[in-house]
Design a protein. Structure first.
Length: 279
């Protein structure tokens, strides 16, 4: 099992994760198919480096283990190549497809993805007080790979809820989902909760890290069984994970390249579970 966010999970670990997640299935599975340009710059870099990027086009036709293995190799080789070819302009071009989103507008809920730190919930509280939405949804226990759930064993969702309440958000305006163990599970378990509440938010502002926006948006789109309009917001990235700086460190390269890999992995999972019932 992984011990760090910069590691991609193995196929077996992914199966174990899925076994612990909400069983909800994706209802829309065409997010990547309708956005082929998402991988254009990455494919261009791979071609320059002589790295096999076939997995990004052929993943739905491949065995799941083959997909995951190919992505492990791709991330490793591409990270090594970028380490030797640090180019800030290229870095920005690779970063841009992951962060692109829609500026927050009036919404039914501000949806905050789990995090071990408070930057995301601080951004959500700022949006709440500016009138973007009258509800904040906080979600997440902790990533499955984490060895603990944070300080005093408090879930990420509860810690974020406490932060929001101490910063002026009424308790009744904070909705807590504290079981999720992954980004797809954040979404699935939140929708499970909304349906139990008989509440169907149609305008949702997502709050997550800049480089994580694309995957967050994909999951909300794919799992929500009613029409939704999605907006996005992010806290200021750390100095080492900005669009022009991530390429300079192994951690930065792995995190950004992993996001591309996880888009493929999660899309493959959704397709296989919906069509075959297993991966």
């Amino acid at each position: 099992m992984r011990t760090s966010s910069i590691e991609l999970p193995s196929a077996d670990e992914i199966r174990a994760i899925i076994g612990e997640e909400s069983p909800r299935l994706a209802v829309h599975r065409n997010y990547l198919a309708t956005r082929p340009w998402l991988f254009a710059e990455l494919s261009h870099v791979a071609a320059q480096a002589g790295i096999d990027a076939a997995v990004f086009e052929q993943y739905q036709a491949w065995d799941f283990d083959k997909v995951v293995d190919a992505l492990h190799v791709f991330v490793s080789e591409c990270s090594a190549y970028l380490a030797q070819h640090v180019d800030n302009i290229k870095a920005e071009q690779l970063y841009e497809p992951l962060k692109a989103g829609n500026t927050p507008k009036q919404s039914d809920v501000i949806f905050v993805f789990g995090s071990a730190k408070n930057m995301r919930i601080a951004k959500a509280v700022e949006l709440y007080h500016s009138g973007v939405a009258s509800k904040i949804m906080v979600t997440g226990a902790a990533p499955r790979w984490a060895t603990s759930q944070g300080e005093n064993n408090i879930t990420e969702a509860q810690r974020m809820a406490d932060y929001a309440i101490t910063h002026g958000v009424p308790t009744d305006d904070v909705i807590i989902e504290d079981q999720a163990i992954s980004i797809p599970d954040n979404v699935k378990r939140s929708i499970d909760l909304w349906e139990a509440m008989q509440w169907y938010p149609q305008r949702i502002t997502l709050v997550t890290s800049e480089f994580n926006v694309r995957r967050a948006e994909m999951n909300i789109y794919e799992f929500t069984p009613w029409p939704v309009e999605i907006f996005t917001a992010s806290p200021e990235p750390s100095s080492m994970l900005r669009a022009d700086t991530w390429i300079a460190t192994e951690r930065g390269r792995r995190l950004i390249l992993n996001e591309y890999a996880k888009l493929i992995i999660e899309s493959a999972i959704d397709h296989l579970l919906a069509t075959k019932g297993k991966i």
